[in-house]
Design a protein around this ligand. Sequence first.
Ligand SMILES: [Fe+2]
Length: 498
Amino acid sequence: MPGSVLLWTRVTPTPDALPGSGAGPDISVGWEVAADAGFKKIVARGTAATGAARDHTVKVVAGRLAPASSYWYRFTLGAAVSAVGRTRTAPAAGAPVDHLKFGVVSCANWQAGYFSSYRHLAARGDLDAVLHLGDYLYEYEPGGYQARDVVVRPHDPAVEMTRLEHYRRRHAQYKTDPDLQALHAAAPFIVTWDDHESANDAWKGGAENHTEGAEGAWRERFAAAHQAYAEWMPVRYEPGGQLYRRLDFGSLASLSMLDLRSYRDQQAANGADPAVGSPARTITGAAQMNWLLGNLKSTGPQWKLVGNPVMIAPVRVPSTLSTAELSGVQKLMGGTSISGVPYNVDQWDGYEADQHRVISHLRDNAVKDTVFLTGDIHSGWACDIPADPATYPFTGDSVAAELVCTSVTSDNLDDILNVPPRTVSVVVENAIKAANPHVKYLDFDSHGYSVLDITPAGVRMDWYVLAERTSAGSGSTLSTSFKVQANTGKVTKAQGGI
Ligand SMILES: [Fe+2]
């Protein structure tokens, strides 16, 4: 926020106060915020209470800070002093802003490799914030979901997380990763969840990876997942509250962060299921939809950015794929093998009424400069969003752009097909692009991260890819860049790196 920032840590005051244990005393932790990394100019300080009831996590809102400013913070407990974190406040409401830069990431499966993407983002030193679009952690037991059938490092606890103590311990395990620690210490995170923070393909009443009864009641499991998320993530969300929210960055950009798991109806059976088009089914819920449409129509900041956990651009399955290619795509997307129908019913494509509500709202109100920033699908995409895919790009023009970051580690098409990168996938990518001409860029194989650069003239995304996700210390290289020029609503290729 312009005047405040949320600080987070977790303490282990006694040896028994381990994550998920429910043990350990209530304590008070000191915190300090300074305008310099050496803590000569301390601008705020205080204490925060924690204990076993919140798994000894600490969340502090440090207020009365200046907008668009960097700060450094640390915690104390007795003689112990934490590592120092750097954070940053947002620009003041309505203030002119010529430049913002965000890291953009999703889908970090511990068992599938190392979080080198986070280390590379941390090393940049130029980020205003990191957008984490979901799948910050995964629920599976050891071996339940890994890297080409190899567990690079096993999950803890050694079970699928279904209960509060499991969710807490899994969050704690992820937070031990040195690259993730480095990125949290380098920049503030703006987060939303997707499905794996609770269970695969979650919806309001269940999940694909949940067995009602044998794994308890979904309502209780979802509540446990939300409680652990609220405790362990640096986010102004408390259980029973609302995760979707809007953040403004002066006159330059608003950012609507969506929650597409708490209110959605159950997924359709596949893309040919008539439920896909039912106006009664929703992915957002009515209240969040009204809020989103209002944000998009607002006369406030120029760029309407949407933190969108699953893809909104319509994508149809091409009829030219082989059976093996189709089954690989189906496994990656959890979709259907029927050609010509939506390929992924867990995305907005599976909730066409809501998808059309957003697209027709943008068209009918001539809303400019909307960009969806998306994760979930373990692949890099740059898409126009057609007003009408049937007539695009002729009479049905693009109403917005969608930029999709790939996975930090989670498997994608070459992994699922068990083929070398940039071989079979290239054929599939070309077939999808031919059948969906609004898809301008698609990379089904790479793992890595994105950097988003925002100015009044345009929004641009750079995709960086890792040399090897299963090696700690992997290098990364710039793969490609696409931009959305102001007033165009279209993606075009950009040259060079930011
Ligand atoms: Fe994922």
